[in-house]
Ligand binder design. Structure first.
Ligand code: ADP
Length: 485
């Protein structure tokens, strides 16, 4: 009945090529954050179902590793085509469970297809090395092989593309994968199962299951057949998974929290900086790990920048993401709303001045007004904590050294943005900022061709670029002796 409501809405899990419920029959409700209504349910799986998925993945991996890279690439290209064919439908589903505006959801789905295509292309370029040997009768080879079964845990803020970035390199490398999407946005995850099935993936190559996150996470980390854990989410959960994965010394990739600085120098093109600022702050209502957390604006242009940022923020249409005119959707849930309210209250108490917004939106639910806070200071909580909401704190600065020190004074190191027209300054900033991704005069920079990944407590490993497949490969050194001279 519910499956008829949306062609890609599936309320069962995809394990070993079959669609099944939880052993216990228990389910979890999935809520539309724009109206608080239950969209449907998904199975509440635990360790037993996860174990079955891992065993199916191991069987599939044994086949995938023997399959030619060309065949795996073709399989991924079929998936790519299917994602694009169903783009609008996938975007609707994504907006329904996640809340982001439809235009952003379409962009995310297109981006997902882009990652699948990139890794389809990369599948055929997994080269080894032949190394000059110091011994004349010996040859040295370095070969690369798929690591085996991969366990993937993904977040709710990019429920489609965070799966694409893991599923595609895994399959490209010849691995099989067990994926646990976030409990708030499972349908975009399960839809990957529908498309992989249509694309003719072997049973067990891709398994997607929903349920108890800590039970599924533990099984993925502890099961000896799982050789790699890849995770996108909070630093808190990332640390739990790192500890659990340490027991079996598994490979790990971690895309964790951020606290992006956005630095505007007096020589910047103000219009471009403002356009970049709006995109870097308010995309997905501020709920991305690369969203600006702190604006640093040079003293001389501070007031002008704040005035314009305030006007632009106040004019943004807030509403249900399913309406075409919406630019800022709801926050994912009440807990997210509560956190934003706490951070704003803390800033105001410490002398922050709200120039627009600063409270829940009149629409109710989990909507929050786009907000700008000036006179931001170091002791305010958002200086070190991730906001994950539509709130833009603005700090002042007067020198390059000062702003580099302020920007780097965080445990995170994911994304940073700098606006300047001075080439020397641009280089000093890119070298001085301890961040894994840096946009110079650009506010949105993630792309399949480039390695996405954080430094410090923002993570380990890269997704995208030629680096993105490396974490799914083992390297073996082989010495062949006695060959004569
Ligand atoms: P966010 O703050 O973005 O919600 P989380 O780190 O809480 O990030 O969630 C990201 C993913 O991690 C989700 O799929 C969630 O279900 C999962 N998760 C949460 N807690 C655990 C855990 N203890 N073990 C494994 N996965 C977990």
């Amino acid at each position: 009945m519910l499956d008829n409501r949306h062609p890609l809405l599936r309320e069962t899990c995809f394990i070993a090529g079959s669609w099944t419920g939880a052993d216990s029959g228990e389910t979890i409700d999935v809520i539309n954050p724009a109206n608080g209504q239950v969209i449907g349910t998904v199975p509440k799986c635990g360790r037993a179902e996860t174990r079955r998925a891992i065993e199916a993945a191991q069987d599939a991996y044994l086949g995938l590793r023997k399959m030619t890279a060309l065949k795996r690439a073709d399989m991924l290209m079929r998936l790519h085509d299917l994602v694009l064919e169903h783009r609008d439908s996938l975007a609707q589903l994504l907006t329904m469970e996640q809340g982001k505006p439809l235009s952003e959801a379409r962009g995310e789905v297109t981006g997902s297809a882009g990652y699948v295509r990139w890794f389809a292309e990369e599948a055929r370029r997994v080269y080894g090395d032949v190394v000059p040997s110091p011994i004349a009768s010996r040859r040295i080879l370095v070969i690369k092989e798929p690591v085996g079964v991969v366990g993937a845990i993904t977040p709710w803020n990019f429920p489609s593309s965070m799966i694409a970035r893991k599923l595609a390199p895994a399959i490209a490398a010849g691995c099989a994968i067990v994926i646990k999407p976030a409990e708030f946005t499972p349908y975009s995850g399960l839809a990957w199962g529908i498309l992989c099935e249509k694309a003719g993936f072997p049973a067990g190559a891709v398994n997607i299951l929903t349920g108890d996150s800590s039970e599924i996470g533990k099984e993925l980390c502890e099961h000896p057949l799982v050789r790699k854990i890849t995770f996108t989410g909070s630093t808190r959960v990332g640390k739990i998974l790192l500890q659990q994965a340490a027991v079996g010394v598994k490979k790990v990739s971690m895309e964790l929290g951020g606290n992006a600085p956005f630095i505007v120098f007096e020589d910047a093109d103000l219009e471009k900086a403002l356009a970049g600022a709006m995109a870097a702050k308010f995309r997905n209502a501020g709920q991305t790990c690369v969203c600006t957390n702190r604006f640093y604006v040079a003293d001389v242009i501070h007031d002008q920048f704040v005035e314009r940022l305030t006007a632009l923020s106040a004019a943004m249409p807030v509403g249900d993401g399913a309406k075409e005119e919406t630019v800022v959707g709801p926050l994912i849930n009440q807990a997210a709303l509560g956190k934003v309210e706490e951070l704003v209250a803390d800033a105001v108490e410490k002398g922050g001045r709200v120039t627009t917004g600063g409270k829940r939106h009149a629409l109710g639910g989990t909507f929050y007004e786009p907000t700008v806070i000036t006179d931001a200071r170091r002791d305010m909580r958002f200086t070190t904590e991730e906001i994950f909401g539509p709130v833009a704190p603005v700090y002042r600065f007067s020198s390059e050294d000062e702003v580099i020190a302020m920007a780097n004074a965080t445990d995170f190191g994911l994304a940073a943005f700098v606006y300047t027209a001075d080439l020397g300054r641009a280089f000093r900033m890119m070298e001085g900022l301890k961040y894994g991704l840096i946009g110079i005069n650009e506010g949105v920079i993630a792309t399949p061709e480039a390695p996405f990944g954080g430094l410090k407590q923002s993570g380990l490993g890269k997704e995208g670029g030629h680096q993105g497949i490396a974490d799914y490969l083992d390297e073996k050194y082989i010495a062949i002796g006695g060959l004569g001279v």
